[in-house]
Design a protein around this ligand. Structure first.
Ligand code: ADP
Ligand code: ZN
Length: 627
């Protein structure tokens, strides 16, 4: 079979994405490869497809034992014979699998590196007796001491390369850090590897950053826009995890906590419920996420600023792995950088402190930037991004900025007249000519007293926040929020430049992405999927991804011919689940007297052309051909 046929038959996908095809053809040419792809780009296909074409076995090395069962279940659902070996299995189970591997009944074997050399009959010895065609090293950055995730057991993989000269090696990682990449390539001892470096852009993720004042009510507003979506809310401490989860539940959202202080069992149960869509929101410390593969995480919220861009990128990257829109929302305050700075300063290694401090400064700049956030992120990872993305809060605001020069000058002068010794509240009282006792006689005699009467306190508050956000006003001390002018503000005032600021707070959530679909049908499709998943004791997204269900709820495929054209429906799944899903779709069409628009392709085309993913476009093309 050719690679594209494997992709169509087993996965039900219509085309390869990004570098997938190039990587696969290199692997089939027996060339060692290193593939750098962001999360969600589809690394697994790069070794799973060759595994089905090459003779003998493909070995997949991964440190994430907790994921192996789900990965293997997903393979088996596609009709691909895969198995795993790890310490969670008992001896007889391990022996059974080894026998199957030995007899050639398994095409893909997932193991953790420590399994290779351990025990009285190490796995390497067995592998020498069979045909080993391909070794895929997943999370390959774990071999590097530079990486954030070094695993000593990975160091022996250099030796493995030498023990299997005839096999091809493919190293895969989503790490974007240059030093780690270089180190990784050296330590794995690959044979003149071909490098495949993908863009690290995650176009389906919307980035938003907001100051933390009123964070919880903003969070509630945000969640109300995403009522049926599943997501992660990261908090800094165990205590704030517990509190946030409680508050969310009190406000009618289903949320569970996850942190290292919980009993292991509770932690597992909570994680499992999240993965199985039984609870929508998990509130967690950053300990959560490494070992989960859930593809339909729709949003990742940070209630505090992460320590560096790498962590932020990795954590937000857990959203939208299925290619549907995802949201990354970050709340920060100036105090965050002080707290984090103190934590870093606790280390007694000066190099480490310097390095981490500079990463923290970059993180702060990301929060405060006025440029496109995606551009900032990608530049940090050494990529040029030519235009503004149009899919981050800054880009959304660009179109809505207004000239507030006069008011900004009033507010800034008031801060100066108050000798940069007061917070925003006092500044506003003075501007509005307040009679409150807190306003002293001396302040009442200032030239700025009362000059801002015609604007509401809310207006001034918003203006103040925008001036802080844009870096014109600074609040150095988190405990005493005293305002002072930044050099940038002085500069602008001196040059008599205009102030353009976004003054419509409702804009915060603009650009929420919606795909056209039959919501009522989607709910039913999801519930059918949940039932099938629990019958088989697998996570729902393994049956069909959200992206696949959304396409069904958009195109109403009610015949096998149409269903197989939906992205993510391969032969095996068509046979296994086709009748159940088509039955549900037919019933829905009948009961709601829906006439499929497919009868008039022109009108449908108009409706859905905007903002849909390439895979959807592809499907659309195929639909049209078939009609
Ligand atoms: P990664 O390991 O790089 O994070 P995965 O291998 O888990 O990504 O793939 C992410 C999702 O994209 C999965 O649901 C996968 O099935 C899907 N996918 C991979 N390749 C394609 C493709 N060519 N077309 C459509 N979907 C794909
Ligand atoms: Zn942007």
């Amino acid at each position: 079979m050719k690679p594209l046929e494997v992709l169509k038959n087993f996965y039900g996908y219509h085309s390869f994405r990004g570098n997938q095809e190039a990587i696969i053809s290199s692997v089939l040419d027996k060339k060692d490869c290193i593939a750098l792809m962001p999360t969600g780009a589809g690394k697994s296909v790069c070794y799973q497809v060759p595994a089905m074409i090459l003779p003998g076995l493909t070995l997949v090395l991964s440190p994430l034992i907790a994921l192996m069962k789900d990965q293997v279940d997903a393979m088996n659902q596609l009709g691909i014979p895969a198995a795993f070996l790890n310490s969670t299995q008992d001896i007889s189970e391990q022996r059974f699998i080894s026998e199957q591997v030995f007899n050639g009944q398994v095409k893909l074997l997932y193991v953790a590196p420590e399994k290779l050399y351990g025990g009285s009959y190490p796995l390497v010895d067995m592998l020498k007796k069979i045909e080993l065609s391909l070794v895929a090293v997943d999370e390959a950055h774990c071999v590097s001491q530079w990486g954030h995730d070094f695993r000593p057991e990975y160091l022996r993989l250099g030796q493995l390369r030498k023990s299997f000269p005839a096999a091809t090696f493919l190293a895969l990682t989503a790490t974007a850090d240059k030093d780690t990449r270089k180190d990784m390539a050296e330590r794995l001892c690959l044979k003149q590897p071909q490098w495949f470096i993908s863009s690290f852009d995650r176009p389906n993720i919307t980035y938003r950053v907001s100051l933390r004042s009123d964070a919880f009510s903003k969070l509630l507003d945000f969640l109300r826009i995403h009522p049926n979506d599943s997501g992660i809310v990261y908090c800094l401490s165990r205590k704030s995890v517990e509190e946030t989860a409680d508050k969310l539940n009190a406000n009618g959202f289903s949320a569970l906590p996850y942190h290292a202080g919980l009993e292991k069992e509770t932690r597992q149960v909570n994680q499992e419920k999240f993965i199985r869509d039984e609870v929508k929101i998990i509130v967690a410390t950053i300990a959560f996420g490494m070992g989960i593969d859930k593809s339909n995480v729709r949003f990742v919220v940070h209630t505090n600023m992460p320590q560096n861009i790498e962590s932020y990128y990795q954590e937000t990257g857990r959203a939208g792995r299925d290619g549907l829109p995802g949201e990354a929302l970050l709340f920060y305050s100036y105090g965050d950088s002080i707290t984090l700075g103190r934590m870093i300063a606790n280390s007694d290694n000066p190099d480490y402190v310097r390095n981490m401090k500079s990463k923290l400064d970059t993180m702060v700049r990301f929060c405060q930037t006025k440029r496109c956030r995606r551009k900032f992120l990608l530049q940090y990872f050494g990529e040029e991004y030519p235009e503004d993305c149009g899919n981050c809060d800054i880009c959304f605001q660009q179109g809505n900025k207004m000239d507030v020069t006069t008011y900004a000058q009033m507010l800034l002068s008031a801060v100066v007249r108050l000798e940069q010794k007061f917070g925003l509240g006092q500044v506003i009282m003075v501007l509005r000519g307040s009679q409150a006792a807190k306003v002293t006689e001396k302040q009442k005699r200032l030239s700025v007293y009362g000059i801002g009467k015609d604007k509401s306190p809310d207006f001034w508050k918003l203006l103040g926040h925008q001036l802080i956000k844009e870096g014109y006003l600074t609040q150095e001390d988190p405990l005493r929020p005293v305002l002072s002018l930044s050099p940038q503000a002085w500069d602008k005032l001196k040059k008599k430049e205009k102030f353009f600021l976004a003054m419509d707070e409702d804009d915060f959530f603009q650009g929420v992405q919606e795909t056209k679909k039959d919501e009522a049908l989607l709910v039913q499709l999801k519930s059918l999927r949940s039932n099938l998943a629990s019958e088989q004791n697998v996570p729902p997204y393994i049956i069909f991804s959200d992206a696949t269900l959304v396409e069904m709820a958009r195109y109403y495929p009610d015949s096998e011919n149409e269903l197989i054209r939906i992205s993510g429906v391969g032969q095996q799944k068509l046979e296994k689940y086709g009748d159940a899903f088509m039955g549900l779709i037919r019933k829905h069409l009948r009961e709601n007297e829906i006439v499929k628009e497919s009868k008039s392709p022109g009108s449908r085309l108009k409706k859905i052309n905007k903002g849909i993913s390439s895979s959807v476009n592809e499907t659309l093309g195929l639909f049209k051909e078939g009609l």
